[in-house]
Design a protein around this ligand. Structure first.
Ligand SMILES: [Zn+2]
Length: 297
C-alpha cells in the first residue's frame, strides 16, 4: 500500500492507494499553526490512524509547497514558512520509523497526472501549475525529475520569451529577478490586474476568459500569446509527449483549443501541434502524486 500526504498551508490530507492503484482511504485535518512539532505529530497521527483502519502499513510520500535543499537537507522555497529551515523528511522518518520521500507539490501534480491522469501512457510529461503562482514539473517514464538543485520544471521564474516592445519594461519579482518573470505575466492575479488596468473594474480570471467584451478579449489574446511563447520554449528544450495543465486557470477551456497551434507557431518547426491536456485529478493531485513517489512498491 502507498500512503500520500499533501501538506498545505490550511489542510493536511492523506490518501491510501492499494496495489491495484485504487484509492482506498482519504482523510483531511486542519494544519496546526501552533508549531512545526505539532505539524509532525499531526502527520504521524494521520498515518497511524490510516494504517490501523486499513490493517496494513504502507510507504509514505509527502507533497510540500517547497523543496528540501540537497545542500542543507532543510526545507526551502516554501510558502508555508513554518516549514522553512527544518529537516522535514528526517523528522518524519524518526516519528514513523520508515524512509519518507518528500517532493514539491508541482512535481507531485505532474507525477499524479503522468501515472494515472491526463498524461497516462505518455513517456515525457510536462505538468503546469497555472494559478496564484506559475510552476511545473517533469516526469519521464513515470519518474519525477528533481534535479540537483530541486528546481527542475520551475519555468514560472524564467523571463517572458520574445518580449514585444511594450513588454520590455520588466518588473521586480519576489524571487529577486528584475526582468519580469513569466509568473508575473500569466498567473491568475496577473491576468486580473491586466483586466483591471484596461477596463477599470475587477473580474475573476475565469470570468474574463468567458466574457465577450472587447477589453476582456484583448486581455485574453495577450494571455494566450504569452502562455504559448512561454510553453514553446519548454517544447524546444524538452519536447514533451504531453503538457498537462493544473491550477485554478486550468478551468479556462479555451486554453486547450488555443495552445496547440499557437505553440507550434513559436516552437522550432515542430511540424505538428503540441498536445495540451486538462488535468484529471484536480485538487487531489498533491496527495495522489505524493503516494506515487514510491513507484516500485
Ligand atoms: Zn520570479
Amino acid at each position: 500500500m502507498r500512503l500520500g500526504i499533501d501538506l498545505g498551508g490550511t489542510k493536511i490530507e492523506i490518501a491510501a492507494i492499494d496495489r491495484g492503484g485504487r484509492e482506498v482511504l482519504r482523510h483531511r485535518v486542519t494544519t496546526p499553526h501552533a508549531s512545526y512539532d505539532a505539524t509532525i505529530r499531526a502527520i504521524a497521527e494521520l498515518v497511524k490512524d490510516a494504517e490501523s483502519k486499513l490493517g496494513e502499513t504502507g510507504t509514505l510520500g509527502v507533497a510540500i509547497p517547497g523543496a528540501i535543499s540537497p545542500k542543507t537537507g532543510l526545507v526551502k522555497n516554501a510558502n508555508s514558512t513554518m516549514l522553512i529551515g527544518h529537516p522535514l523528511d528526517k523528522d518524519l522518518e524518526k516519528a514513523l520509523s520508515r524512509p519518507v520521500r518528500v517532493a514539491n507539490d508541482a512535481n507531485c501534480f505532474t507525477l499524479s497526472e503522468a501515472t494515472d491522469g491526463a498524461g497516462k501512457g505518455h513517456d515525457v510529461v510536462f505538468g503546469v501549475i497555472l494559478g496564484t503562482g506559475v510552476g511545473g514539473g517533469i516526469c519521464v517514464g513515470g519518474r519525477v525529475l528533481h534535479g540537483p538543485h530541486r528546481i527542475a520544471g520551475e519555468w514560472g521564474h524564467n523571463p517572458l520569451p520574445a518580449p514585444r516592445a511594450d513588454e520590455k519594461s520588466g518588473f521586480d519579482c519576489y524571487c529577486g529577478a528584475k526582468d519580469g518573470c513569466i509568473e508575473g505575466w500569466i498567473s491568475g492575479p496577473a491576468l486580473q490586474a491586466q483586466y483591471r488596468h484596461r477596463a477599470g473594474r475587477d473580474m475573476i480570471a475565469t470570468g474574463i476568459a468567458a466574457s465577450d467584451e472587447a477589453d476582456a478579449r484583448a486581455v485574453m489574446e495577450d494571455f494566450y500569446d504569452r502562455l504559448a511563447r512561454s510553453l514553446a520554449s519548454i517544447v524546444n528544450v524538452l519536447d514533451p509527449d504531453a503538457i498537462v495543465i493544473g491550477g485554478g486557470l486550468s478551468k479556462i477551456e479555451a486554453i486547450y483549443r488555443e495552445m496547440p497551434a499557437r505553440i507550434e507557431k513559436y516552437a522550432f518547426h515542430p511540424e505538428g501541434p503540441a498536445l495540451v491536456l486538462k488535468n484529471v485529478h484536480g485538487d487531489s493531485s498533491g496527495v495522489r502524486g505524493a503516494a506515487w513517489l514510491w513507484p516500485e512498491a
